[in-house]
Ligand binder design. Structure first.
Ligand code: OGA
Ligand code: MN
Length: 211
């Protein structure tokens, strides 16, 4: 086999990942519908709910993991950090897809993503997360933020809980539709979770980090 052909076999272009990279380069965010199939969302939702019902979530804090402060006037969600080393079947599937994306980004973009951290999140009715940036004074390693929505089919606009992304051009409201993944530049784009008006808003949120 010629060396050239071997190179081509080794690197397979992934159109979905290419479109994410393209979006990030041009507008600093990317919205991908059906990143996870409805079956995948279903198993991930069950995994989240089992842990939520087992009381394993805690009130979210602001700051980072070592510098936490609870302030319900800023955010009202409940979270549980995920542990890839002790992942259940659903979580293995989740990290499988995420790692595929991370490996692709590292091969093609020289982003140098060395670490990642993800947590489940539940926003009960009436909760929100005020406009913010995903970086902290003592941790600027967060490069890309990634949110995956695990709600049941059909999240009507009346349910609220939109992710609003503040870009230079517009304030963009994104509905938390199941299977949808939103990726954005952690240090650049301010965003907000609007008040959840019905039901519970379920998601996995995480960060791809450098250094
Ligand atoms: C966050 C966040 C957005 C969302 O957890 O920092 O901004 O849509 N989440 O859940
Ligand atoms: Mn955020």
């Amino acid at each position: 086999m010629s060396e050239e052909l071997f190179e081509q076999l080794e690197f397979v272009e992934n159109p979905l990942f290419e479109s994410i990279i393209d979006d990030l380069l041009t507008k600093q965010f990317s919205i991908v519908d059906n990143f996870f199939t409805s079956e995948e969302v279903e198993v991930l939702r069950h995994s989240l709910l089992a842990k939520y019902e087992a009381d394993r979530f805690k009130k979210s804090a602001i700051g980072n993991r070592t510098n936490e402060e609870i302030d319900k006037t800023i955010r009202g969600d409940f979270i549980l950090w995920m542990d890839e080393k002790n992942a259940n079947e659903a979580e293995l599937l989740f990290f499988g897809k995420i790692n595929e994306l991370v490996n692709y980004l590292n091969k093609t973009c020289f982003l140098g993503i060395l670490q990642k951290e993800f947590h489940y999140a539940v926003y009960p009715k009436g909760t929100f997360y005020k406009r913010h940036l995903d970086t902290f004074q003592n941790d600027d390693r967060r490069k890309l933020s990634l949110v995956c929505y695990l709600n049941e089919e059909g999240w009507p606009r009346e349910n609220g809980g939109e992710l609003t992304i503040y870009t230079e051009k517009e304030d963009l409201d994104v509905l938390p539709l199941p299977g949808r993944v939103v990726i954005f530049e952690s240090q650049i784009l301010e965003h907000e979770v609007k008040v959840v008006k019905a039901s519970e808003r379920l998601s996995i949120t995480g960060w791809l980090k450098t250094r």
